[in-house]
Design a protein around this ligand. Structure first.
Ligand SMILES: *Cc1c(COP(=O)(O)O)cnc(C)c1O
Length: 421
């Protein structure tokens, strides 16, 4: 199947397995990429991004589907997603800029205002003036006022806070707290006020619960609650239940049954009796298992506890383990058949939280071995930083059997040229 055909015929497009494990990547390819491009290195398989987009299309054929760019806003990923026919949801004006740069039609964008600075609203309303198809999501009355002040009179989705929803979640991004959206009990009156007092066209209700939610009752719950609000408000075209589709980070964790979740979400919305279209906007689901990080073992240190294995990736390369306690699978690419050793893998950053995994059985890592840290495509490169003078890593894309650099490695000179004594 050639590029972009999936958008025309999702039924026939290959969707691949439900999850791609770190063990599924070709060892020779990884070794050769590390040798050519050095480590730490992000590797992103754009063909896998395509499969994830197609699987989403197959599960939610009638829904309005978008990709939430903040999970991975790299140009290569955005172009791939757009080529598969998936429009983009942005939560910052400069995300919009990057999406347009990647080829997004501004009329197809959805912008979610999150405590937006003035300059973001200025840029968004300017773009909307030329591209009235753009839609804006706002979840605070003050933001509605600021949009109206700037002359925005387009399609608006009111962000509702669906409240506590079931299932464990990890949410550095967003949670069911007061920071996001209008609480359900006030949503109906706010929606009516939007109709009466603002120049917007209230086309939808929006909720985005939490990132990485595991409880698969969560999206049906959101659909049910938003559907009930939509029924009272009337005339709502879209109920957008956000992103948050779970990805199995642990090797023994089953993949999300996206088809079942889609069925339940559709049914929950239908039960409310409203005639609205469902919308979904996953980020993580589209990109998480499409990338891994290659890192080289520099040192081993025996301790009374687990052996400490020092690598050249750190919390600056991948923040999720130290920031959120997230689990990422670690594979010894060089020597998969060695006896497992219980090891803590740490980076070259002088902070006790700089570990990628703790007390984990891994085929005994020796100095010079290549390790792969899996499921790194979502909030991986996107959260990478330059703490401890660790310039941002390079990223290589794999597509159609070819590889190419899609982000150049930063150097310490890049740091120095933008600093002044
Ligand atoms: C972060 C975000 C998403 C995507 O969340 P994932 O957990 O990555 O799927 C979707 N919508 C909004 C508004 C977001 O802020």
């Amino acid at each position: 199947m050639s590029r972009g055909d999936a958008a025309a015929d999702p039924e026939r497009a290959p969707v691949g397995p439900a999850v791609r494990r770190v063990s599924d990547w070709d060892a020779d390819l990884l070794a050769s990429l590390a040798a050519t491009h050095d480590t730490p290195l992000y590797v992103t398989d754009l063909d896998r991004v395509r499969e994830n987009v197609r699987r989403l299309a197959r599960a939610f054929p009638d829904a309005h589907r978008m990709y939430a760019a903040k999970a991975n806003t790299g140009q290569a990923v955005l172009r791939t997603v757009l080529d598969e026919g998936l429009p983009i949801e942005c939560a910052a004006a400069d995300e919009v800029r990057r999406a347009v740069e990647a080829g997004a039609d501004p009329d197809s964008l959805q912008y979610t205002a999150v405590n937006p600075p003035d300059r973001d609203l200025d840029a968004i309303v300017d773009l909307w003036a030329d591209h009235p198809g753009m839609r804006v999501t706002a979840g605070a009355v003050d933001t509605l006022d600021r949009l109206a002040d700037r002359g925005f009179a387009g399609d608006l989705l009111l962000r509702v806070n669906p409240g506590e929803v079931g299932g464990p979640h990890e949410s550095f991004a967003v949670g069911p707290d007061a920071q996001f959206g209008i609480p359900v009990p006030r949503a109906v009156e706010t929606a009516r006020a939007v109709r009466e007092a603002y120049p917007f066209d209230l086309v939808g209700l929006h909720a985005h619960g939490a990132s990485g939610m595991a409880g698969d009752l969560t999206h049906p719950d959101a659909a049910r609650r938003l559907g009930a609000v939509a029924r009272e408000v009337g005339g709502v075209d879209v109920v957008d239940v956000g992103g948050g589709f779970a990805v199995p980070y642990r090797e023994d964790e089953a993949a999300l049954d996206l088809d079942a979740l889609a069925r339940e979400t559709r049914a929950a919305l239908a039960e409310t009796g409203v005639d609205t279209r469902l919308a979904v906007e996953p980020g993580r689901y589209v990109v998480a298992d499409a990338s891994l990080i290659l890192t080289r073992v520099n040192t081993r240190k025996e301790t009374p506890g687990p052996t400490v294995v020092g690598v050249d990736a750190s919390l600056a390369t991948l923040m999720r383990p130290s920031l959120l306690g997230s689990y990422h699978p670690v594979r010894n690419v060089t020597a998969p058949d060695r006896e497992p050793d219980r090891v803590t893998v740490g980076g070259p950053v002088c902070t006790s939280t700089d570990t990628l995994c703790e007390n984990r059985p891994i085929p005994r890592p020796e100095r010079g071995d290549l390790l792969a840290v899996g499921i790194a495509g979502a909030y991986g490169m996107e959260l990478a930083n330059e703490f401890h003078s660790q310039p941002l890593p390079a990223e290589v894309a794999v597509e159609d059997g070819e590889t190419r650099v899609v982000r150049e490695r930063r150097t310490v000179d890049d740091l120095l040229t933008r600093e002044h004594p």
